[in-house]
Design a protein around this ligand. Structure first.
Ligand code: AMP
Length: 503
């Protein structure tokens, strides 16, 4: 019976004690070291708290293997982790600390003074000062054994519309289910190596961290600077024999845009290219597919609230540049309900909101019952027993193959000149143009204009001429803003908040 993700660390460190578990710029850590160091951290936590379990502990460190060791240390102690981005502004960190009220902060000597600027006066654990002792495992086992699978494993903060960050709270069971699905579906073994892009405070990293831990694959933390240098990035994948990547589309697009494949051949290296987090334009995916035709490509979809992803589509046919890529079908042990405005299941190609049912659902937003109850609601199709579904706020429809097609966020659906428009549909059309790599559409309510942001200087009339063949006149952008550099947010996605400020 798997009651916690830690069973994987124990199992894998017994099978492959000396195999590299995680490698970063400063070298690697073996599976046995991973386990021993995290048990040492757990013991220090227990010493500080006197053994109080089920409490939040913050990790405030540069992205590195030590962050993941700290995560597991916290889990071993029976508490749960919450990473805070070291580049996050003070006002937001203070809001997070108010919501979370952490017991301890794990940080480094160098970063402690920065954390002391925040509204926090609790305990610190300094990573460099933690030394393993012989009886760590024995002491820690007493706490680990009491974990049940519905105990929280982590809280990840996402932005809230009110300005108060929402702490998505995920238990062990949700991660176990998801990781089992990933490793079985993509047949991951200890022979594989992952190239991690996602920051550890972003839920895409869950796939990387736990799939490796379960299977014994090695996780390479790719230095962030390489994501601005496609050729060295591909060389890094080749030199480290990384055969699996799970990145946000924006990161994949940087590579296809500059056709870096011409300089670095990955045909014998890369086996799986998975992506999630935002729309992947087929025009860009087609470049990847052209250069690397034998790779397994998969589009995963889902918000943090359902543990990273809940639907998937393994690419199995050709798509033209202007077609949308399906987000596919539900993962196993997950049910998707597409509900219309009357809370009924949609029919045919009717548009509805994607709602999720199943073990993957978060327990809610930490210390925020009001927001939790607004998004995690009773299944309207079940009046017999309590059953919670998560309303994603994403609008979707089914195609003729019974696959789900993502249209846009509900809040990106606008009414313009009486027409109901999904801004995502315009973006799909624009991103199919050869001259455009990244684009984003927003609606200027005051001026009643659709504003298109593009990263190319292609003429406005030319865009209009091309778009006329793909979208109706009423969907035509009223303003085009040319961006030399498209702003990208901390998770690597196009930064819509920044673009809104430029409107
Ligand atoms: P996050 O919680 O930051 O992972 O963001 C989740 C949101 O990103 C979803 O609700 C969608 O709006 C969007 N998203 C995630 N994956 C995809 C995908 N494969 N295609 C289109 N949009 C996606």
């Amino acid at each position: 019976m798997n009651n916690s993700v830690l069973n994987w660390l124990i199992y894998t460190s017994n099978r492959f004690p000396n195999k590299d578990a995680i490698v970063d710029e400063n070298g690697g850590i073996t599976y046995l070291e991973y386990r021993c160091k995290s048990q040492a951290i757990a013991r220090h936590i227990i010493d500080i708290t006197g053994g109080i379990t089920k409490k939040p502990i913050v990790v405030y460190m540069d992205k590195s293997k030590e962050v993941l060791v700290s995560f597991m240390g916290i889990a071993y102690s029976g508490c749960f982790y919450s990473p805070i981005d070291i580049d996050m502004p003070k006002s937001r960190v203070d809001k997070i600390l108010e919501v979370l009220a952490p017991q301890i902060v794990i940080t480094t000597k160098e970063l402690k003074p920065s954390f002391e600027e925040f509204d926090y006066d609790g305990d610190y654990l300094i990573y460099e000062e933690i030394l393993p002792k012989d009886d760590d495992e024995r002491i820690v086992n007493g706490y680990t054994a009491r974990i049940i699978d519905t105990d929280l494993l982590y809280v990840l903060f996402t932005s809230g519309s009110t300005g108060i960050p929402k702490g998505v709270s995920i238990c062990h069971r949700s991660v176990i289910d998801y990781t089992d699905w990933v490793s079985e579906t993509f047949k991951i073994t200890e022979q594989d190596s992952f190239g991690n892009q996602a920051p550890f405070y972003f839920d895409n990293s869950i796939l990387d961290i736990y799939t490796c831990m379960k299977t014994g694959a090695t996780l390479y933390i790719i230095p962030k600077k390489l994501f601005y240098q496609p050729v060295p990035l591909l060389e890094y994948l080749r030199n480290n024999k990384i055969n699996t990547i799970f990145w946000v589309p924006s990161a994949l697009i940087v590579v296809s845009k500059l056709k870096a494949f011409r300089n670095v051949d990955l045909k014998d290296t890369l086996k799986r290219v998975l992506f999630c987090g935002e729309v992947m334009p087929n025009k860009q995916l087609n470049v990847w597919r052209k250069y690397l035709p034998n790779v397994v490509y998969a589009n995963l979809y889902g918000p943090t609230e359902i543990t990273d992803a809940c639907t998937y589509y393994i690419i199995d046919r050709d798509f033209s540049d202007d077609e949308p890529l399906p987000i596919g079908i539900p993962m196993s042990n997950t049910d998707i309900l597409v509900l219309n405005d009357q809370n009924r299941i949609v029919e045919g190609d009717e548009v509805g909101e994607l709602c999720v049912r199943g073990t993957s659902l978060a327990m809610g937003y930490y210390n925020n019952l009001e927001k939790t109850q607004a998004a995690f609601v009773q299944n309207p199709l079940n009046s017999a027993v309590p059953e919670i579904i998560y309303r994603t706020g994403d609008l979707v429809k089914y195609n003729e193959y019974g696959e789900i097609i993502y249209l846009s966020r509900k809040d990106f659906q606008i009414k313009h000149m009486g027409h109901r428009i999904e801004l995502g549909e315009i973006e799909t059309a624009v991103s199919s143009l050869d001259e455009v790599t990244l684009c984003c559409c927003l609606y200027d309510e005051n001026k009643q204009k659709i504003v298109l942001f593009i990263d190319s200087d292609v003429d406005k009339d030319y865009i209009k001429e091309k778009l006329e063949k793909m979208i109706p006149e009423y969907m035509m952008p009223g303003k085009v803003v040319y961006m030399a550099d498209m702003p990208i947010n901390a998770n690597g996605k196009i930064d819509r908040v920044k673009l809104k400020e430029l409107m």
